[in-house]
Design a protein around this ligand. Structure first.
Ligand SMILES: NC(=O)c1ccc[n+]([C@@H]2O[C@H](COP(=O)([O-])OP(=O)(O)OC[C@H]3O[C@@H](n4cnc5c(N)ncnc54)[C@H](OP(=O)(O)O)[C@@H]3O)[C@@H](O)[C@H]2O)c1
Length: 400
């Protein structure tokens, strides 16, 4: 039977009126980060920024910080400075008693350590970076339970499921149905995928997002990562999480209940909406996006996922089911393969085989700690870097 963790039950409100929520924002200069800043600017009565944190781009961070002079601005990788010192400053900023919520929207694996620190400090998390749950879902759940913190999903599919579950009983859930647009290559003849260019893979038909998630949407690895994310967020077995293709991206996901009812959440494809649900919970904020005009849309279509076109999905399920550090291997191998593709050093069709090779070669460690996850992450990256897009020359095994 499936369970909705207590993290998704509304916390008792501290005051009858919504109060100011002070945010530390990881990934402040990215696609999600900039939309979080928009919301803060539109709702100064609800949100204030305590810290703005980015990776390496000092000029971009400075541009955001100029609009929010009240916030501390920090880089995780400031050139020339001791990286340990930067990490400590970030930890201090996100664990500050003044921070009510940490918004995690930093690219990929880099978000894991600060997220664990925030959970240890008892902070609530608004989570965009699905990679955190993919790499270390059990660790994250364990820290949440231990410190009484909550996770509010930002990913549009998980926000949709979360909203469908409000007011429902755990035992009433039969399955979760994640929708995916199919990305830019839904109708492209399979034999022409060999020649996909970086620009073609970055041209998502519905969503404007950062480069890594856009490539993941083209391979549908994004949906595979989301299946693992949903498994950990909602405590639903993999067998009860399905994926369906929905090219219009208006139905953001669904929940099927034991009586045969299906609830769906609809909205225009604009991340401001799920971000506002996570940041504003339990209130809904006024006028975030226009509602979808269903008469103008005319029809919403759904189709079964083509497993030949999108082999990443079965691969992600397999890694999820193997458990331990297997999903961390999947995630790191994918991050590395996508980075190589974006540098022009791998072909599009080589991304998923590179990841498969690393996952199949790995001997996952079932003991999940930050150290075993990081070891698995480094091992998988090295595998992909030294492989030739599916035919690895490296024979070393994942360290136990
Ligand atoms: N974009 C979307 O619509 C969307 C939707 C659903 C989920 N998500 C998820 O949200 C996350 C962010 O996606 P995105 O599209 O916003 O990515 P993005 O546009 O590439 O932005 C990534 C951000 O992370 C920062 N960053 C990199 N390393 C960091 C570190 N060590 N510490 C703190 N910040 C760091 C980057 O700063 P620098 O540029 O300085 O390195 C940048 O601000 C991803 O996990 C993605 O899957 C995104």
């Amino acid at each position: 039977m499936t369970h909705v963790p207590s993290a998704f039950q509304p916390k008792e409100m501290r005051s009858p009126r919504p109060s100011l929520r002070r945010l530390a924002l990881l990934g402040a200069t990215g696609s999600i980060g900039r939309q979080v800043c928009d919301l803060v600017e539109r709702h100064p009565e609800r949100f204030a920024l305590h810290a703005l944190i980015a990776g390496t781009d000092a000029a971009a961070l400075e541009a955001v910080a100029r609009r929010h002079p009240e916030a501390h601005a920090l880089l995780a990788n400031p050139g020339g400075t001791d990286a340990g010192r930067a990490a400590r400053a970030i930890e201090e900023a996100i664990c500050d008693p003044d921070v009510d919520m940490v918004v995690v929207a930093a690219a990929g694996a880099a978000a894991l350590a600060p997220t664990l620190s925030a959970l240890d400090a008892g902070k609530d998390i608004a989570l965009a970076t699905k990679e955190v749950l993919v790499m270390a879902g059990e660790l994250v759940r364990d820290r949440m339970r231990r410190h009484g913190s909550q996770i509010f999903p930002i990913d549009s599919e998980h926000s949709a499921i979360w909203q469908c579950l409000w007011g429902e009983k755990e035992r009433a859930i039969r399955r979760l149905i994640l929708t995916g647009s199919g990305g830019p290559f839904l109708r492209r003849p399979l034999e022409t995928l060999e020649t996909v260019t970086i620009a073609e893979a970055l041209a998502h038909p519905r969503w404007k997002m950062g480069p890594k998630i856009t490539i993941d949407s083209a391979t549908m690895m994004n949906k595979g990562l989301e299946v693992i994310e949903a498994h950990f967020l909602f405590d639903v077995p993999y067998a009860d999480i399905d994926v369906i293709v929905h090219p219009e991206s208006v139905v953001h996901s669904m929940v099927e209940f034991v009586d045969g009812s299906v609830k769906a959440q609809l909205g225009v494809p604009d991340m401001h909406l799920p971000i506002s649900v996570a940041l504003g919970f339990p209130e809904r904020l006024e006028g975030i996006t226009p509602a979808p005009d269903l008469a103008a849309l005319g029809r919403l279509t759904f189709e079964a996922l083509d497993m030949v076109r999108y082999p990443a999905l079965a691969l992600a399920r397999e890694a999820g089911q193997r458990g331990g550090t297997a999903p961390a291997v999947l995630n790191a191998a994918n991050e590395e393969a996508v980075a190589l593709f974006l540098k022009g050093q791998r072909r599009f069709v080589e991304i998923v085989p590179s990841v498969r090779e690393a996952v199949e070669r790995a001997e996952p460690n079932q003991e999940l700690t930050l150290e075993t996850v990081i070891a698995a992450d480094h091992w998988a990256r090295a595998q992909v870097r030294t492989s030739a897009g599916g035919s690895s020359r490296v024979r070393s095994k994942l360290p136990a």
